[in-house]
Design a protein around this ligand. Structure first.
Ligand code: BTN
Length: 284
Protein backbone atom coordinates (compact mmCIF):
# COMPACT_ATOMS: atom_id res chain seq x y z
CA UNK A 1 0.00 0.00 0.00
CA UNK A 2 1.37 3.40 -1.05
CA UNK A 3 2.51 5.69 1.77
CA UNK A 4 0.46 8.43 0.05
CA UNK A 5 -2.40 7.48 2.41
CA UNK A 6 -2.01 7.57 6.18
CA UNK A 7 -3.97 5.17 8.35
CA UNK A 8 -6.01 6.57 11.22
CA UNK A 9 -6.27 5.07 14.70
CA UNK A 10 -9.45 2.98 14.80
CA UNK A 11 -12.37 3.94 17.03
CA UNK A 12 -12.52 1.54 20.00
CA UNK A 13 -15.79 -0.11 18.92
CA UNK A 14 -14.15 -1.47 15.79
CA UNK A 15 -11.86 -3.68 17.90
CA UNK A 16 -14.74 -5.56 19.45
CA UNK A 17 -17.29 -5.96 16.69
CA UNK A 18 -19.37 -9.12 17.22
CA UNK A 19 -19.40 -9.92 13.49
CA UNK A 20 -18.60 -13.18 11.74
CA UNK A 21 -17.06 -11.81 8.55
CA UNK A 22 -17.55 -8.08 7.97
CA UNK A 23 -14.76 -6.13 9.65
CA UNK A 24 -12.39 -9.13 9.84
CA UNK A 25 -9.86 -6.35 9.38
CA UNK A 26 -10.55 -2.60 9.26
CA UNK A 27 -8.42 0.04 7.52
CA UNK A 28 -9.37 3.59 8.43
CA UNK A 29 -8.03 6.60 6.50
CA UNK A 30 -8.36 10.35 6.85
CA UNK A 31 -8.52 10.84 3.10
CA UNK A 32 -8.18 8.70 0.02
CA UNK A 33 -9.05 9.00 -3.64
CA UNK A 34 -11.63 6.21 -3.41
CA UNK A 35 -12.17 3.56 -0.73
CA UNK A 36 -13.12 1.12 -3.54
CA UNK A 37 -9.72 1.71 -5.14
CA UNK A 38 -7.87 1.19 -1.83
CA UNK A 39 -9.89 -1.97 -1.12
CA UNK A 40 -8.89 -3.30 -4.54
CA UNK A 41 -5.18 -2.66 -3.86
CA UNK A 42 -5.49 -4.35 -0.46
CA UNK A 43 -7.32 -7.32 -2.00
CA UNK A 44 -4.51 -7.69 -4.56
CA UNK A 45 -2.03 -7.61 -1.66
CA UNK A 46 -3.91 -10.47 0.03
CA UNK A 47 -6.26 -8.73 2.46
CA UNK A 48 -8.85 -11.22 3.77
CA UNK A 49 -12.51 -11.46 2.87
CA UNK A 50 -14.59 -9.15 5.02
CA UNK A 51 -11.84 -6.53 5.27
CA UNK A 52 -13.31 -3.03 5.39
CA UNK A 53 -11.84 0.27 4.22
CA UNK A 54 -13.32 3.50 5.61
CA UNK A 55 -12.30 7.09 4.98
CA UNK A 56 -13.39 10.45 6.30
CA UNK A 57 -13.04 12.00 2.84
CA UNK A 58 -12.67 10.86 -0.77
CA UNK A 59 -11.06 13.05 -3.41
CA UNK A 60 -12.23 10.90 -6.26
CA UNK A 61 -15.21 8.95 -4.94
CA UNK A 62 -16.64 6.67 -7.62
CA UNK A 63 -20.33 6.45 -8.47
CA UNK A 64 -22.34 4.35 -10.89
CA UNK A 65 -21.75 4.63 -14.66
CA UNK A 66 -18.39 6.34 -14.32
CA UNK A 67 -19.80 9.26 -12.37
CA UNK A 68 -18.29 10.59 -9.14
CA UNK A 69 -19.58 10.44 -5.60
CA UNK A 70 -19.47 13.69 -3.64
CA UNK A 71 -17.45 12.85 -0.51
CA UNK A 72 -16.61 15.91 1.63
CA UNK A 73 -14.87 15.45 5.02
CA UNK A 74 -16.62 15.12 8.38
CA UNK A 75 -20.14 14.46 7.13
CA UNK A 76 -20.45 11.15 5.28
CA UNK A 77 -19.82 7.43 5.49
CA UNK A 78 -17.56 6.13 2.72
CA UNK A 79 -16.89 2.44 3.11
CA UNK A 80 -15.76 -0.49 0.95
CA UNK A 81 -15.71 -4.21 1.74
CA UNK A 82 -13.71 -6.99 0.13
CA UNK A 83 -15.84 -10.05 -0.64
CA UNK A 84 -14.63 -13.29 -2.21
CA UNK A 85 -17.73 -15.15 -3.37
CA UNK A 86 -17.18 -18.82 -4.07
CA UNK A 87 -19.83 -18.88 -6.72
CA UNK A 88 -20.55 -16.60 -9.64
CA UNK A 89 -24.18 -17.13 -8.74
CA UNK A 90 -23.59 -14.43 -6.19
CA UNK A 91 -24.45 -11.73 -8.67
CA UNK A 92 -23.49 -8.13 -8.47
CA UNK A 93 -27.14 -7.08 -8.26
CA UNK A 94 -27.87 -9.43 -5.36
CA UNK A 95 -24.94 -8.07 -3.37
CA UNK A 96 -25.86 -4.54 -4.31
CA UNK A 97 -29.38 -5.12 -2.97
CA UNK A 98 -28.01 -6.83 0.15
CA UNK A 99 -26.01 -3.67 0.86
CA UNK A 100 -29.03 -1.49 0.07
CA UNK A 101 -31.21 -3.40 2.57
CA UNK A 102 -28.57 -3.18 5.32
CA UNK A 103 -28.05 0.53 4.62
CA UNK A 104 -31.78 1.30 4.52
CA UNK A 105 -32.35 -0.54 7.82
CA UNK A 106 -29.58 1.45 9.53
CA UNK A 107 -30.90 4.73 8.19
CA UNK A 108 -34.40 3.84 9.39
CA UNK A 109 -33.29 3.00 12.91
CA UNK A 110 -31.11 6.12 13.17
CA UNK A 111 -33.69 8.56 11.77
CA UNK A 112 -37.03 6.96 12.56
CA UNK A 113 -37.94 7.65 8.91
CA UNK A 114 -39.00 5.09 6.33
CA UNK A 115 -36.17 4.36 3.87
CA UNK A 116 -36.79 2.83 0.45
CA UNK A 117 -34.75 1.09 -2.25
CA UNK A 118 -34.72 1.91 -5.96
CA UNK A 119 -33.35 -0.90 -8.10
CA UNK A 120 -30.52 -1.63 -8.12
CA UNK A 121 -28.50 0.67 -5.94
CA UNK A 122 -30.27 3.71 -4.55
CA UNK A 123 -31.44 4.18 -0.98
CA UNK A 124 -33.99 6.95 -0.67
CA UNK A 125 -35.86 8.88 2.00
CA UNK A 126 -38.92 10.91 1.04
CA UNK A 127 -38.11 10.17 -2.63
CA UNK A 128 -34.61 11.69 -2.47
CA UNK A 129 -31.38 9.74 -2.73
CA UNK A 130 -29.55 9.48 0.58
CA UNK A 131 -27.12 6.62 -0.15
CA UNK A 132 -25.64 4.73 -3.09
CA UNK A 133 -23.94 1.39 -3.63
CA UNK A 134 -21.19 0.53 -6.11
CA UNK A 135 -20.14 -3.11 -6.55
CA UNK A 136 -17.03 -3.67 -8.65
CA UNK A 137 -16.08 -7.22 -9.68
CA UNK A 138 -12.50 -8.22 -10.43
CA UNK A 139 -11.95 -11.24 -12.66
CA UNK A 140 -8.99 -13.37 -13.72
CA UNK A 141 -10.04 -16.83 -15.05
CA UNK A 142 -12.93 -16.66 -12.66
CA UNK A 143 -14.15 -14.15 -10.14
CA UNK A 144 -11.29 -13.10 -7.82
CA UNK A 145 -13.08 -10.72 -5.51
CA UNK A 146 -15.79 -8.09 -5.34
CA UNK A 147 -15.52 -4.66 -3.83
CA UNK A 148 -18.78 -3.54 -2.27
CA UNK A 149 -18.75 0.25 -1.82
CA UNK A 150 -21.34 2.18 0.17
CA UNK A 151 -21.68 5.95 0.40
CA UNK A 152 -24.15 7.53 2.86
CA UNK A 153 -25.01 11.22 3.04
CA UNK A 154 -25.18 11.63 6.81
CA UNK A 155 -24.67 15.22 7.95
CA UNK A 156 -24.45 17.04 4.61
CA UNK A 157 -26.33 20.35 4.49
CA UNK A 158 -28.69 21.46 1.72
CA UNK A 159 -26.21 24.21 0.80
CA UNK A 160 -23.45 21.68 0.24
CA UNK A 161 -25.56 19.86 -2.34
CA UNK A 162 -26.78 23.06 -3.98
CA UNK A 163 -23.27 24.45 -4.45
CA UNK A 164 -22.21 21.12 -5.97
CA UNK A 165 -25.20 21.12 -8.33
CA UNK A 166 -27.07 18.17 -6.75
CA UNK A 167 -30.41 19.77 -5.82
CA UNK A 168 -32.19 16.39 -5.63
CA UNK A 169 -29.76 14.76 -3.19
CA UNK A 170 -30.49 14.62 0.50
CA UNK A 171 -28.84 13.61 3.76
CA UNK A 172 -30.09 12.07 6.98
CA UNK A 173 -29.55 15.43 8.73
CA UNK A 174 -31.55 17.34 6.11
CA UNK A 175 -34.47 14.93 6.49
CA UNK A 176 -34.52 14.88 10.29
CA UNK A 177 -33.24 18.36 11.12
CA UNK A 178 -30.58 16.95 13.45
CA UNK A 179 -27.05 15.58 13.15
CA UNK A 180 -26.43 11.87 13.33
CA UNK A 181 -23.45 10.20 15.05
CA UNK A 182 -21.42 8.68 12.23
CA UNK A 183 -19.53 6.20 14.43
CA UNK A 184 -22.75 4.66 15.72
CA UNK A 185 -24.12 4.47 12.20
CA UNK A 186 -20.94 2.81 10.94
CA UNK A 187 -21.07 0.21 13.71
CA UNK A 188 -24.73 -0.50 13.00
CA UNK A 189 -24.03 -0.77 9.27
CA UNK A 190 -21.27 -3.33 9.74
CA UNK A 191 -23.50 -5.42 12.03
CA UNK A 192 -26.39 -5.32 9.55
CA UNK A 193 -24.14 -6.16 6.60
CA UNK A 194 -22.75 -9.11 8.52
CA UNK A 195 -26.24 -10.27 9.50
CA UNK A 196 -27.59 -10.18 5.93
CA UNK A 197 -24.42 -11.62 4.43
CA UNK A 198 -24.66 -14.61 6.76
CA UNK A 199 -28.30 -15.20 5.83
CA UNK A 200 -27.45 -14.81 2.13
CA UNK A 201 -24.64 -17.38 2.41
CA UNK A 202 -26.88 -19.86 4.20
CA UNK A 203 -30.25 -19.41 2.47
CA UNK A 204 -29.60 -17.48 -0.74
CA UNK A 205 -31.37 -14.36 -1.93
CA UNK A 206 -34.96 -15.25 -1.04
CA UNK A 207 -34.97 -14.01 2.59
CA UNK A 208 -33.53 -10.70 1.38
CA UNK A 209 -36.17 -10.52 -1.32
CA UNK A 210 -38.82 -10.90 1.35
CA UNK A 211 -37.39 -7.87 3.15
CA UNK A 212 -37.08 -5.93 -0.10
CA UNK A 213 -40.83 -6.25 -0.78
CA UNK A 214 -41.43 -3.79 1.99
CA UNK A 215 -38.76 -1.34 0.82
CA UNK A 216 -39.03 -1.50 -2.97
CA UNK A 217 -39.85 1.97 -4.37
CA UNK A 218 -39.15 0.93 -7.97
CA UNK A 219 -42.73 0.06 -9.05
CA UNK A 220 -44.49 2.64 -11.14
CA UNK A 221 -41.30 4.32 -12.41
CA UNK A 222 -40.65 4.66 -16.15
CA UNK A 223 -37.38 3.10 -17.41
CA UNK A 224 -35.45 3.09 -20.67
CA UNK A 225 -33.46 -0.11 -21.22
CA UNK A 226 -30.63 -0.56 -23.73
CA UNK A 227 -29.08 -4.00 -24.00
CA UNK A 228 -27.50 -6.14 -26.71
CA UNK A 229 -28.56 -3.72 -29.42
CA UNK A 230 -32.12 -3.69 -28.14
CA UNK A 231 -33.78 -0.63 -26.71
CA UNK A 232 -37.18 -0.30 -25.07
CA UNK A 233 -39.10 1.72 -22.55
CA UNK A 234 -41.56 0.47 -19.99
CA UNK A 235 -43.04 0.57 -16.55
CA UNK A 236 -40.82 -0.80 -13.79
CA UNK A 237 -42.89 -3.40 -11.91
CA UNK A 238 -40.42 -4.11 -9.14
CA UNK A 239 -37.58 -6.32 -8.00
CA UNK A 240 -37.97 -10.06 -8.60
CA UNK A 241 -36.79 -13.07 -6.54
CA UNK A 242 -33.44 -13.25 -8.36
CA UNK A 243 -32.70 -9.51 -7.93
CA UNK A 244 -33.63 -8.68 -11.54
CA UNK A 245 -35.91 -5.78 -12.45
CA UNK A 246 -39.25 -6.58 -14.07
CA UNK A 247 -40.29 -4.14 -16.79
CA UNK A 248 -43.69 -4.12 -18.54
CA UNK A 249 -43.84 -3.02 -22.18
CA UNK A 250 -47.39 -3.34 -23.44
CA UNK A 251 -48.53 -6.88 -22.65
CA UNK A 252 -45.01 -8.25 -22.20
CA UNK A 253 -43.04 -8.34 -18.97
CA UNK A 254 -39.26 -8.50 -19.40
CA UNK A 255 -36.59 -9.40 -16.90
CA UNK A 256 -33.61 -7.02 -16.75
CA UNK A 257 -30.44 -8.27 -15.11
CA UNK A 258 -27.52 -6.40 -16.71
CA UNK A 259 -26.70 -3.82 -19.40
CA UNK A 260 -27.76 -0.18 -19.38
CA UNK A 261 -30.88 1.26 -17.89
CA UNK A 262 -32.04 4.81 -17.34
CA UNK A 263 -34.52 5.10 -14.53
CA UNK A 264 -36.65 8.18 -14.90
CA UNK A 265 -38.49 9.29 -11.81
CA UNK A 266 -40.19 12.67 -11.67
CA UNK A 267 -40.14 12.79 -7.91
CA UNK A 268 -36.40 12.10 -7.78
CA UNK A 269 -36.02 14.90 -10.33
CA UNK A 270 -33.05 13.28 -12.01
CA UNK A 271 -32.16 10.49 -14.39
CA UNK A 272 -30.16 7.63 -13.03
CA UNK A 273 -28.29 5.21 -15.29
CA UNK A 274 -26.94 1.84 -14.33
CA UNK A 275 -25.64 -1.41 -15.80
CA UNK A 276 -28.16 -4.02 -16.73
CA UNK A 277 -29.08 -6.73 -19.23
CA UNK A 278 -32.31 -8.24 -20.49
CA UNK A 279 -33.33 -11.87 -20.52
CA UNK A 280 -36.29 -13.45 -22.24
CA UNK A 281 -39.79 -12.60 -21.08
CA UNK A 282 -41.39 -14.77 -18.43
CA UNK A 283 -44.96 -15.27 -17.38
CA UNK A 284 -45.41 -12.27 -15.11
C1 BTN B 1 -23.92 5.57 -6.80
O1 BTN B 1 -23.58 6.21 -7.79
O2 BTN B 1 -25.07 5.58 -6.38
C2 BTN B 1 -22.90 4.71 -6.07
C3 BTN B 1 -22.11 5.52 -5.10
C4 BTN B 1 -21.11 4.70 -4.30
C5 BTN B 1 -20.21 5.58 -3.45
C6 BTN B 1 -19.34 4.78 -2.53
S1 BTN B 1 -18.54 5.80 -1.34
C7 BTN B 1 -17.54 4.47 -0.84
C8 BTN B 1 -17.15 3.71 -2.09
N1 BTN B 1 -15.95 4.26 -2.68
C9 BTN B 1 -16.19 4.83 -3.86
O3 BTN B 1 -15.33 5.40 -4.56
N2 BTN B 1 -17.48 4.71 -4.17
C10 BTN B 1 -18.23 3.97 -3.16
Amino acid sequence: MSSKYSLLRLPAFLYSLPTQLIGSRVYSFKEVDSTNQIAMILAEEGAPEGAVVVADRQHNGRGQRGRGWYSPPGVGIYLSIILKPRSVLATVHQLSLLAAVATAECIESATGLKAGIKWPNDVIINNHKVAGILVEAHWAEEIKYLILGIGINVNHTKDMFLTQGFPAATSMAIETGRECLREELLRELMLKLDHWHRIYQEDGFEPLWGRIQDMDRTPGGWVEVVSMGECFEGEALGIDKDASLLVRTGEIVRRVTQGRIRVSCDQLQHLNSTDSNITTPEQH
